[in-house]
Structures are given as structure tokens and as C-alpha cells.
Design a protein around this ligand. Structure first.
Ligand code: PMT
Length: 412
């Protein structure tokens, strides 16, 4: 997957900088062209010559080095298919989160439109510090890919999260981010987030969907070359730049938006958590707490089922959020809604489903055994779902069937 690609490895000044040498070595063995950029602090831990020898390319450390040319930051960013910063120190994360550009690495990140993977590594207390957590959250919102550090005994003696993941795992993660253009020419509609069903002017019924899973799908589809329509309910994360964003509140508004775009779509992925019920009546004024009240609910339309009933040539992917009988319920939904793929989402754990950065899912198909995926970052789950969807699309309408319209999004 990485063979022939150019990977830019950023190394910042932490003790784990020595592990970046193994990362570079593994990437070279994968047939990757590796360019290394080091911060001044990183050169205190490992000599640039180490990386130059392993990569077979000169190492860039200085924004103003005359030999690198006046546009070194632009040229390096443009040449890379992927960027990984390993280790990424707390200082570097703070600079990147603020958009600072005071050295070669931070400057080239601003010029880069390719996927960027950041691998934080630091002392456990530093990693847990609210300032670092806020910077990481902001970086995720800005579209950077983040890899959780491993937990264990750190160089400082502390035991806890903060260790740079094994280089082989970083390479795996990079391979999953490697831009494929297998959705170029296709229009993909993704639904995300939570619907809100009003009770009165100030109250509503909703759920805990953050939009992370749906937004990860939209971003991944964009990076793979699709035109992406993102129909989003309430969400806690920033939509990826480059998508056509349609924001909705209620299930009925989501239904209208989805059905109006459906005829132009090749693939629809419904990750949104849609309220199954809404209040039968919406009060004009704020309801007073003067007595006991009963809220009467009526069923909302099932958007996915409607799409399945008139599917045409479209590929339809649904989700099933379950706390029990995961596969049984998933299979029933797949059949009832006439889906090509159902993502059965275990939402009984804190690190999976609503709100979390990671997800635990099974991929369930109309035929053949279901596939269990390990607990993974939602972005990687998104990539796996799109791998399957792209395969189904390719089988249905082979590439070169006269499709046009591939776009190049700004795809961190
Ligand atoms: O947003 P995050 O915090 O990242 O959380 C992600 C998620 C848990 C919301 C997501 O992974 C997920 O599981 N989404 C589906 C949630 C859901 O509503 O599941 P369901 O089993 O109730 O619905 C089954 C499918 O039918 C879903 O694809 C849903 O979008 C769709 N549906 C449901 C009800 C309805 N009235 N219309 C629908 O189209």
C-alpha cells in the first residue's frame, strides 16, 4: 500500500526520537521514499546523520538553510503523499494546534494538504494535562489524524499512557491513511450526528451521537476522491473542509434532505443516530412545571428503510447501534432495510459507539460470515467500511464507465 509513496517523517525532541529511526527503516523496507524533517530539539536526541543514512535522503532541519532553497517548506509538503510526526512532543502539539510556524516542521504542516498522522509521546502526566488534551482535541477538529500512545513503563519511570506506539503499528496506521482514489467520480452521501425532536421552544429529545463516526466517513470518502454530501444533525466536531454540508435538526428534516439528494448518489452511508420517536405535539410556549405531564410520542419515518425500498443501483450502508444481541439484531436490520452492508456497532462500552474516538464494530453482509474488526480509531473504521463499499461499487459499475467529477479535497 505504501510502496512508491513519499512519506515525510517529522521528528520532534523527545526521548522516543530514537524509535523514529526504526520507523524510517521500516518505511524504507516497504518501498517508501522517506524524507525526514527534524526540529532543533530532536537533533539533541538523535543525529540527523542517522536518519540520512537510513532514508538515503538528506535530512532537513532548518527553515532557512540555503541549500534547501527558499521554498523548502512548500516543496517538502508538496512532495509528500503522507506526513507522520513521531514522536510528537507536547510543545510541538501546542504549536501545531495554534497554527504556529516558527520552524521548518510547523511551517510545512500549514502548507500540507495531505493526510498528517501525529503520534504523541510524552510523560503520562503531561499527556493527561488539560492543556495537552485541549490541543489534541483541537488538532483532531482541524483534521489531523492522531494515534493514541501506548501505555506502559516510560523512560522517566512513570507507568501509564505516553509511550510511542511500536513503529510497525505506525506503519500500519499510515498504510490505512494512504490516499486511495477508489471513490473518484462517485457521489457519496453520509449522514452523521443526532437528530433533535422538539418538545417545546427550549426542550428536545435527542441522543449522545457526537458526529465523530459520520464525519470520519465523510472525510475518508473525500480523501478517496468522492464528491461528498454530509447531512448532519447535531454534532460536536467540525465538519471536514471540502464536503457539501447540509445541517438538519429533526428526523423529518434529515429524511427530506437525504431523499432529495439520493437520486444523485452512488453510495449512501447512514451513520446518524436518528430518533425513532418524536413528540406528537410541539408546544408553542415553554411548558410549565405546574403539574405531572405525559409526553405522547409518535413514530418517525425510517429513512434507511425507505431508501432500501427504492434502492436502484445505489449501494446502501447502514449502522445498527446495539447494546445486546448485536449480530442477531444487525442481521434483521440488514434484511429488513435491504442493505448491502450493515455496520453492527457495540455501544455497550465506553470506548465504543456514542462520543468515543474509537469504535468496535462487525461488518455484516447479505451473504457470507460477518467480519469482526478490532477496537480501532473511528477514522480507521471509516476506511474499512469504505474499502468494502468501494469494492461493492466497483463490482456494480466498473471503473471507466464514463464517470467524471473527481475532486481534490483539502485532506489532512
Ligand atoms: O456520532 P458518534 O458519537 O461517533 O457515534 C457513532 C454512532 C454510535 C451514532 C454510530 O456508529 C451508529 O451506530 N449510528 C447508528 C445509530 C442508530 O440510530 O442505530 P439504529 O440501530 O437505531 O438505526 C439503524 C440504522 O437506521 C442507522 O443507520 C440509522 O441511521 C437508520 N435510521 C434509524 C432510525 C430512523 N428513523 N431512520 C433511519 O434511517
Amino acid at each position: 500500500m505504501l510502496t512508491g509513496k513519499t512519506v515525510l517523517v517529522g521528528v520532534t525532541g523527545g526521548i522516543a526520537a530514537y524509535k523514529a529511526a526504526e520507523l524510517v527503516s521500516l518505511l524504507v523496507r516497504e518501498g517508501t521514499v522517506v524524507r525526514v524533517v527534524m526540529t532543533a530539539a530532536a537533533t539533541r536526541f538523535v543525529a540527523p546523520l542517522t536518519f540520512a543514512s537510513l532514508s538515503g535522503n538528506p535530512v532537513a532541519c532548518d527553515l532557512f538553510a540555503p541549500a534547501a532553497g527558499v521554498h523548502a517548506h512548500i516543496d517538502l509538503a508538496a512532495a509528500a503523499d503522507l506526513v507522520v510526526v513521531a514522536p510528537a512532543t507536547a510543545d510541538f502539539l501546542a504549536k501545531a494546534a495554534a497554527g504556529l510556524a516558527d520552524d521548518l516542521l510547523t511551517t510545512l504542516l500549514l502548507a500540507c494538504t495531505r493526510p498528517v498522522l501525529l503520534c504523541p509521546a510524552m510523560n503520562t502526566n503531561m499527556y493527561r494535562h488539560p492543556a495537552v488534551r485541549e490541543n489534541l482535541a483541537r488538532l483532531a477538529r482541524l483534521g489531523y489524524h492522531l494515534m493514541e500512545p501506548d501505555a506502559g513503563r516510560l523512560a522517566c519511570g512513570t507507568v501509564g499512557p505516553g509511550r510511542l506506539p511500536e513503529p510497525a503499528r505506525i506503519v500500519e496506521h499510515l498504510a490505512a491513511l494512504c490516499p486511495r482514489r477508489d471513490l473518484a467520480g462517485y457521489t457519496v452521501l453520509v449522514t452523521a450526528g443526532a437528530t433533535r425532536e422538539p418538545i417545546d421552544p427550549v426542550r428536545f429529545i435527542s441522543n449522545r451521537s457526537s458526529g465523530k463516526m459520520g464525519f470520519a466517513l465523510a472525510r475518508a470518502a473525500l480523501e478517496r476522491g468522492a464528491r461528498v454530501i454530509l447531512v448532519s444533525g447535531a454534532a460536536e466536531v467540525e465538519p471536514p473542509p471540502g464536503v457539501e454540508l447540509v445541517t438538519v435538526d429533526t428526523a423529518e428534516a434529515m429524511r427530506s434532505a437525504v431523499l432529495s439528494f439520493a437520486p444523485e448518489c452512488d453510495l449512501i452511508v447512514k451513520a446518524a443516530a436518528v430518533a425513532d420517536y418524536r413528540p406528537a405535539r410541539v408546544a408553542d410556549q415553554k411548558i410549565k412545571k405546574d403539574r405531572e405531564r405525559t409526553l405522547e410520542l409518535v413514530r418517525n419515518p425510517d429513512i434507511l428503510q425507505e431508501l432500501g425500498a427504492s434502492k436502484g443501483n445505489r449501494v446502501l450502508v447502514g449502522f445498527a447501534a446495539e447494546t445486546e444481541n448485536l449480530l442477531e439484531s444487525a442481521r434483521a436490520k440488514l434484511t429488513k432495510k435491504n442493505l448491502d452492508l450493515l455496520v453492527a456497532n457495540d455501544v455497550s462500552r465506553a470506548d465504543s459507539g456514542f462520543g468515543s474516538d474509537t469504535n468496535l464494530v462487525w461488518l455484516v453482509f447479505p451473504e457470507g460470515p460477518p467480519q469482526e474488526l478490532p477496537l480501532m480509531d473511528k477514522r480507521l473504521v471509516a476506511e474499512r467500511i469504505l474499502d468494502e463499499a468501494a469494492g461493492i461499487l466497483a463490482g456494480r459499475r466498473p471503473t471507466g464507465s464514463g464517470l467524471t467529477g473527481a475532486t481534490d479535497g483539502h485532506n489532512h
